[in-house]
Structure formats: C-alpha cells, structure tokens
Design a protein around this ligand. Sequence first.
Ligand code: IPM
Ligand code: MN
Length: 362
Amino acid sequence: MSPSTRPIPIVACLAGDGIGPEVMAEAGRVIDAASQLFGIRVRQVHLPFGGDAIDKHGDPFPSHVRAAVKASDAVLLGAVGGPRWDGSPVRPEAGLLGLRKELDTYANLRPVRHGAIDLMVVRELTGGLYFGTKTLEQDVASDECRYTRDQIERVARWGFRLARRRGGRVVSVDKANVLSTSKLWRRVVTELQASEFEEIRLTHELVDSFAMNLATRPQDYDVVLTENLFGDILSDLAAAVGGGLGLAPSASLGSEPPGIFEPVHGSAPDIAGQGEANPIAMILSVGLMFTYGLARRDIGRTIAAAVDQVLAEGTATADQVSGGRAYATWEVGQAVCRALADHAHGSGEFAADPYGEAVARG
Ligand code: IPM
Ligand code: MN
C-alpha cells in the first residue's frame, strides 16, 4: 500500500507524557493549517501511549492502540517517560520500543540543519543492544548485541540513497577496533557501497573520535550512518551542536507505512504543563511525515521553510532565546501556521514513494 493513495490519510497521534501533549497540540494545528492551504484532508486519531497509557490501561502500548496504529498511514509521537513511572513494573519506554518493533521501522532519520551544519544521522532502530536478549539478576546483568547482514544492509541502503540526494558522502560510525558487530557492520557497509553505490564517498570512523569530530566540526559531515545505541547518543550530540534538542525532528521508516515521526527530545518533565516547551522539533517532524510518510514533499518543504522564517524572525521559546522575549508554545505554533502561507507554492509536486524506493533493491 502506498500512503499517497488513501484519499484521507489517517494519522495516529500518540501525545504521550510530559511536554508531549503540548507539542502535539501545535502539530495538530500545523497539520490543519497545511491541509487547508493545500486543499487536502488528514484525519487525526488521538490515542494513549507511554506513561499515560500505563495510567489508563496498565500498558504503555495497549492492544487497541496497536490495532489503530497498524491501520494508520503515519504515526506522530510526542514523547514518553518521566520520573512518575520510575517504580512501575513496565516503563513507558517499553511502549516506544514495542511500537518501533511492531512497525519494523528500522531506519531512523535525524536531520540537523543549523547555520553551516547540514547533516543527517541515519540510525539503525530495531536491532543491537536495545533488542538483544537481556538478563538482570541481583549482581549480574547482560544485554546481547547482535546484528545480521540483512539488518545492516537495509539501513545502510537508506543512508546511501539519502546521500545520493544530498552531498554524496556517508560516514559509517562503528567500534570496529573492539566489537564483532562493528566488524560485520564495516564489512557489510563497505561491500554494499562497492556493489551498489560506487558514486558515494564512504568513510569509516570509530565512535569515540567521531564524537569529538562531531562536536568540533559538525559542518564537515553529510550522512552519518550508525547502529542503534551509537545513533541514540550521537543524534543528541548532533542536535546539541545544531541549535539544541528543541529543533531536532526524526522519521522512523520501515519497508512500508506507517512510519513514526517524533522529535528527538524527551518528555522534559521539568517544564511540562507550563506552555513553554519548544514545539519546533515536533512541527519539523510533521514536515518529515508529509515528505516521507504521506509522499507530499511539497508540504514537507513548506513546513520547513515556514519554521526557518519563524526562527529567523526570532519568534522562539525560552530555550532558543538569549536576551529577547521568550514566546509561549502556542505562539510559536501559531507563527508557523501563519508563515505557511508565504511558502506554499509548487503544490501538486509528489515525491516518489520513499518506501517503494527503499525496498526497490530488496
Ligand atoms: C530516542 C529516545 C529513546 C531511545 C528512548 C526514550 C527509549 O532516547 O528516541 O532517542 O533510546 O531510542
Ligand atoms: Mn535518545
């Protein structure tokens, strides 16, 4: 099924915990404004998830939410977790990992654009330490790290394909001087580049020195391809050097829809409920949803351009403001909705189905 063929796409909105509901509200307004502008309809279905769903149903990812999500065209996610559930037998985060596994969204795209920085972290999302066998006893614990050739190839293909449309460069990040999984990772990525992506410039870096390079010269990188845990850590670092977590969106994609679109940031319980959370990462995730989830690159671009304008004008929440006035969450969302009209051109331009593209070569 191609997402663009459903006349009224269904978006499953999982607001979650902490600031999740506040930023999700702005996402909804941006979807509505963009829909009106482009003459489309989008159905938003709101569902409990994470800690909120634990409170309501005793399960962070209840079966009725699972069913609704699988019937949707795209999933928008706010944030999950918080100290409230520290003692809970099942954590909110388990819902998120369950969702990623259920939808097999193995490729996590985390773009960072800020000044001279324009990079894309491509993080493997459904393998490695997160999903290996785990043990926890009183005095000993273990997490298995396991990767197969197929798991590495399919995410690497996303990295190379994205590089083709971008700067043509991929850096693959691993710890091949120590870890077996990294040795396999490096071998598979090298072979794939040689057989299918000769025009892409591939380099390899070890994760420790790469972290240093990313912190000191982030503008040197194009596509950063890496495994699950390294990608988790490095994408926070990339966001931090790229204007902060308040600006960082993500798209998690599998071989077919729905994809998951969520900010890189967490639930920020310290500022939840105060109306001051930055909605930009969530709004940019809506942009990625239109581009990669609903095959409407034109709308995705318009949202990104509107966000650029709003940031340039200085309409920003406290995390982005030094000196000037800090705007409320709703004010920033409102400013983006207004700015959309200035950038809505080129309508009718459909992107190729990104899912079809990714699976085209197996
Ligand atoms: C992220 C988050 C999650 C992860 C947590 C909440 C499980 O940090 O999406 O980066 O580690 O993947
Ligand atoms: Mn993270």
